[in-house]
Design a protein around this ligand. Sequence first.
Ligand code: ZN
Length: 140
Amino acid sequence: MTDAAHSSAPRPLSEIASFHAHVYYDAATRTEAERLRQWIGERFSVTLGRWHDAKVGPHDQSMYQVAFATEVFPALVPWLMLNHGRLSILVHPNTANPRRDHLADPVWIGAALAVHGEILPEEAEKEEALPPNTNPVLKP
Ligand code: ZN
């Protein structure tokens, strides 16, 4: 264990203020994206962002954002793995480094797409979880 990478301390989980899942779709999969959005809203306490039918920010395809607290991750992310269908979903942490969050540290569910993270800053305020705007009625 002489490697320099092993001598520095690991990054603590406290770096992560919240998470985003970006659900990508196109004309052929928009109906699936609508159904998934409905299912998420029925099951999880999250903040569903608005539809972006055009490219926005670092995203290279139409998408909507699902913002959620760290406690929601263990239920929501495996559920998305099983239920994303043909949709690609980018799950990234929100730390103080948005560029690294999007480019180096995310997980992809489904096929990975291009993300133009180079336009994002390497230092920013951490995004705390927003108040949920869903009203789940079903257990995950
Ligand atoms: Zn995001």
